[in-house]
Design a protein around this ligand. Sequence first.
Ligand code: FAE
Length: 541
Amino acid sequence: MSDKTLGISRRGFIAGTGSMLGVAALAGRAPSAQASAVRSAAPIASGARVPALVIGTGYGGSVAALRLAQAGVDVHMIEMGMAWDTPGPDGKIFCSTLEPDHRSYWLRTRTKAPLNYFLGFPIDRNISRYTGILDAEDFSGITVYQGRGVGGGSLVNGGMAVTPKRENFAAVLPSVNADEMYNVYYPRANAGLGVGTIDPAWFDSTPCYQYSRVGRKHAQRSGFPFVFVPDVYDWDYMKQEAAGTVTKSALAGEILYGNNHGKKSLQKTYIAQARATGKVTISPLHRVTSVAPAAGGGYTVVIDQLNTNGDTTATKTVIADRVFFAAGSVGTSKLLVKLKATGALPHLNDEVGKGWGDNGNVMCGRANHMWDPTGKLQSTIPCSGIDNWAAGGAFAEVAPLPTGIETYASFYLSITKNPHRAQFSWNAATGQVDLNWQTAWKQPSIDMAKTIFDKINAKEGTIYRTDLFGVYKVWGDHLTYHPLGGAVLNKATDNYGRLTAYPGLYVIDGSLIPGNTSVNPFVTITALAERNIEKIIATDL
Ligand code: FAE
């Protein structure tokens, strides 16, 4: 997909938002003055009354905060993770994927890397417990990776910003008008996020995308369509990284635990704009634990303040006229299921907790021949994919293996049309919310991914890598990066995210999407949030 199909040009985006955000913020420089202003803003006080409270600062939450603020509403955002605006002793805010330290994981004493073996050896290491940036949240049959901090998933993700093909949209969000989405809300989301596409001429020449060019060659020789994948990484900045004129980020192994430069995370786009209105306050290291109707109208929200060890240092109670659940698919689903089961919000309907999917995520690697090196310098930002959705139910991204050495490996994250959907439920015995996903439910995803890679292996005379996910294990089938659903649109909510039994309560994040987006999800989450908040502002405020 080119910029043109998004209805905006990259140049137009920079010009358009530069005036609003300040160009420095877009270029991925160090924390801006705005960030410091928020750092010094006092967190929410117990007893406060706020017109709008947003739980979570990912895509849905950031869109809601910005649009409400622009409509004149004072907004308070509550975020369980850290602000990620202060450099550590090494002068960097985020640690590198190759050298994970305490900043890497949410309350773990050992890393849990998605790709946890190399040459058959485990690569995880001990770290000190800290409110780090990446949460590897374990449920019975699956580990769900999520970003923690102001910016949510945008802090840790690959920035791949993909609009689903129009012909697939009816299966993604069946109750939503596709014309409106493709004419209005997808373009608005792409503009707000700062989406751009790699310069094809640079792609063809730079050493850091040799791995993608090998991916293209193999895809095309087997007859599969190869596509460029848009991203929110600043492509001009990456060119300068390659030229050695700026501090490296994508070319220095930074991604999973944050990018110190280059990536237009939400902190630099929607959240920066929201802060600039002067009407949005953010309380990091604050976790919402309860929402219930308040005696005098509005909702009583209970919030734990955390320290960086994850301990609760204070419990606050505030009243909010409106509450927007934007804690992500897992966070929002867990809250709603608990609040329904424990009597805080008993009239939530029975669809709450249902319809959860993993976007069909499955990973694998292939071992190339010695004459087909993938390069020792690999950009951490994927820029291409293999589209076999219509024929085989799989869209595979050509992903990097930025180890710093030549691995002769091709690595892929596939998004597949996996039909299984899981349900969250309250476990009174443990006081936790469980998810009933089963490991075996990944088999359809493996079969769909194999429609691509079995064919490529046969054509190239190559084999699968068996050393990346364990000892002799081909498939990374234990995880997802793309949790979706749990409070599905037009089922758990009305067709705009309203929890209708409780006027003033809304869901506005990935939990609205019924389990699959056919591509990476955040553009769809953002576009749907843009659609829903526009309606809510027009009719409910
Ligand atoms: P999300 O961004 O997860 O934000 C929810 C926020 O709520 C988080 O900051 C939480 O810390 C916070 N929170 C949760 N519970 C509470 C609570 N009780 N109180 C206060 N705060 C709370 O939600 N997607 C793409 O489209 N392209 C990619 O390239 C891509 N790569 C990914 C790579 C990785 C490693 C991961 C983990 C994800 C990736 N994703 C990617 C998925 C994408 O980041 C995800 O779909 C969105 O971030 C989900 O957006 P939401 O607004 O639903």
